[in-house]
Write a protein that binds this ligand. Structure first.
Ligand code: 13P
Ligand code: 13P
Ligand code: MG
Ligand code: MG
Length: 388
């Protein structure tokens, strides 16, 4: 029997602005999932939050993209959003972009990371949930976990990892993906995923036998909605140990608080700070962006755990460095590269501000206009968006 782990999340409203999910909405989602478990639609579940995002971690035997399981998640979000509206929570229903559920929550606003596998005799997994950032925030750590031998000793030592991993990289603007092999195509992989706002590591497979190793939610809200509605705070699931990277190798990739896009109004770069669940609430300048990690054992399609993976002083220095980076970048105020670049800002309310100024520009006689670049890769072109 194959087990599916489905992590489906949405921001359905929060307390005191975009800070934290309300316990009543967690209770409502828990009730919906408990009913689904009693009916046998799902086998087990754990409801939690990453800051203002409501997170549904579910196990079942219906495979990925199951209409029944997605409907359970959709119902949980809808019911929780109803409670959020009653309580007057901030941005109630934020991530539920449509009322028209038709079998799958993808494209409707929620973020989804699902994988199906035959359980190993012992099946440890790590579930990562971030707030105030975007799916591409996982690019750097996923690369380190599955392709960098200085991070993951198993790539060198363990014969099952030694053949490397296959990366599915998804182009969010084109809706296309490409499979690339590490280590041979490592530099090509990096050439793409170094642009995390567009090319996102979506799935990773072990090359030895094509087993699924990791999955990341790739939904980008603003690209679905065509405007900024909230950040696409992502989730990821990673399998650990016995032929996959050890839990410690997976966590090691988060010991460096790299810069990610998100933070205040989804419009700023800041360090990704790994925190225990109790610190999963974004405060300073609505951040800095945060990551929580929960470890489980999956057994007979049930969840054993969780363990709060970043609740460890071993990550104190990472958090301290993140604070110092936060101090440093914040002093740039509204300047890039703290504030995101113009192509990302197109989805925010900044264009409305700029619109006002456009008629005030006066042509300068004899001034040259910048030439079109000779080599037009579509790496950063915005044409696809305009054609949408
Ligand atoms: P233990 O000896 O504590 O089981 O650890 C084994 C291991 O491989 C840790 O990465
Ligand atoms: P969320 O995406 O977490 O809702 O945050 C939105 C925001 O604008 C924070 O400043
Ligand atoms: Mg919010
Ligand atoms: Mg959020």
């Amino acid at each position: 029997m194959r087990t599916t782990v489905s992590v489906i999340k949405a921001d359905i409203g929060s307390v005191a602005g975009h800070v934290v999910v309300h316990p009543d909405t967690i209770a409502t989602a828990t009730r919906v999932l408990a009913e689904a478990k009693a009916k046998g639609v799902i086998f087990d579940f754990y409801v939690t939050n990453a800051g203002d995002d409501l997170e549904l971690i579910m196990t079942h035997r219906k495979g990925v993209d199951s209409p029944e399981v997605h409907e359970v998640a959709w119902t949980a979000f809808k019911e929780a959003a109803k409670v959020a509206r009653e309580l007057g929570l901030y941005a109630a229903g934020q991530d539920l972009l449509s009322d028209a559920f038709s079998g799958n929550v993808r494209g409707l606003g929620p973020g989804v990371a699902e994988m199906e596998f035959y359980e190993r005799p012992s099946e440890p997994i790590a579930v990562f949930m971030a707030d105030k950032t975007e799916p591409g925030a996982f690019n750097l750590p996923m690369f380190k976990i599955f392709a960098d031998p200085f991070n993951t000793a198993g790539l060198v030592i363990d014969p099952k990892l030694h053949a490397g991993f296959r990366f599915e990289v998804y182009d969010v603007f084109e809706g296309k993906s490409v499979l690339m092999n590490s280590p041979e195509e490592m530099y090509d992989i990096l050439a793409l995923i170094g642009t995390p706002g567009r090319y996102i590591v979506r799935r990773i497979y072990r090359r030895l036998d094509d087993e699924i190793a990791a999955v990341v939610s790739v939904e980008r809200l603003s690209l679905i909605a065509g405007r900024y509605v909230g950040k696409d705070d992502p989730v990821a699931v990673v399998r650990a140990q016995a032929g996959f990277p050890a839990i410690g190798e997976i966590l090691e990739a988060f010991a460096f608080p790299h810069l990610v896009a998100g933070w205040m109004r989804g419009s700023h770069h800041g360090p990704l700070m790994p925190v225990p669940q109790r610190y999963s609430r974004c405060t300073r300048f609505d951040g800095p962006p945060r990551l929580v990690g929960l470890g489980f054992q999956v057994r007979n399609s049930k969840l054993i755990g969780p363990v709060d993976l970043f609740d460890d002083p071993a990550f104190d220095e990472t958090r301290r460095l993140a604070q110092r980076i936060a101090d440093y970048v914040r002093r740039h105020g509204p300047f890039m590269p703290h504030r995101l670049g113009p192509e990302e800002m197109e989805y925010t309310t900044l264009p409305e501000v700029l619109e006002k100024l456009k008629d005030r520009f006066i042509k300068i006689e004899g001034a040259t206009k910048a030439a079109e670049p000779k080599l037009k890769t579509d790496l950063l072109s915005r044409e696809t968006k305009e054609g949408d």
